[in-house]
Design a protein around this ligand. Structure first.
Ligand SMILES: [Zn+2]
Length: 73
């Protein structure tokens, strides 16, 4: 989408500082930062949909690698 910047949304300076990772608020649809936990417009808590499968995936992969190494040696 190439619409103009929302005056209530993040400013260009903020975009420069935080990057342009914007998501839509799950409650009101406002453009908010990907890392934001709360919507600045309606205050809704943003549930982490992606990113929640972070550490344990790496943990399982690491565990499998360790098990494979144990079988090799
Ligand atoms: Zn919202």
């Amino acid at each position: 989408m190439a619409e103009g910047l929302d005056p209530e949304g993040p400013s260009a300076a903020d975009l420069d500082r935080y990057g342009d990772e914007l998501v839509s608020c799950i409650h009101c649809g406002a453009k908010i930062y990907d890392q934001a936990e709360l919507c600045p417009r309606c205050g809704a808590i943003q549930e982490e949909v992606e990113g929640s499968l972070g550490w344990w995936v790496y943990f399982l992969v690491g565990l499998m690698v360790v098990l494979m190494l144990m079988f090799v040696f």
